[in-house]
Design a protein around this ligand. Sequence first.
Ligand SMILES: [Zn+2]
Ligand SMILES: [Zn+2]
Length: 262
Amino acid sequence: MKESWDTRIQRAEQLATRSEAARELLTFYGTLLRAQKEGYEYLRGQKGWLPSGTLEEDLPVVRATVPALLQAVAASGPPALAEEARALSRAGGGEIDGALLEQWRAPSDTRFFEKALLQPYARWLAESGAQPFDRELERREGRCPFCAGKPQVSFLQTSEPGAESGGRGLVCSACLTVWPFRRVVCASCGEERPAKLGYFQSPEYEHIRVEACDTCQHYIKGVDLTRLGLAVPLVDEVAAAALDVWAHEHGYTKIELNLVGL
Ligand SMILES: [Zn+2]
Ligand SMILES: [Zn+2]
């Protein structure tokens, strides 16, 4: 699977024109992705600088990506987020630095701005060959092999010859790294008894399903690229918001909320 900021942006725009129900959500997500791409390109374009992997040390550069993202959200985010963006713009740099460091060391999927601001940094960190040093999260199965972040979305693709995962992969919620994962196993607790794992679909989205676990009561959405090859897991996951409503109604908690809070 080849994902980039551009494929994500294009997919958000495409889905926004197609889905009446998710139009507002996807238009906003598209704007957010463009701001993230801008931040990523700023970091990547720094002459003579590569991220050290210690966020505290890298903050002076990362901080420069904050205003543009806040402006984008203030201009086109949902009212509550837009208000928060304006408040953060008025706050001192110290406050934002502290919030970013906290998110880096103890991630939360409800801290929207911190998560959105750190994704481009973490992506460039992964691509530039550095290692995250001041992020000592628990390393275990179901966590990103690069940064130990939780998976945002699961996907299936035609398995490459010699692949062991049966074509399943997970996308990291923090650094967007993609890694292969065993097919019939809960991405949260590792449960592998088929009777404990449930898959739920709605006719509305034939290529997306809820992958739920009755042992830990967590779920993740899975995007089936063998059914729809042009889907972009991170974005199609956001578009299928109705499935999250269904999962919550049935008592499941998402492993990691996405950037639009679903
Ligand atoms: Zn990661
Ligand atoms: Zn589980």
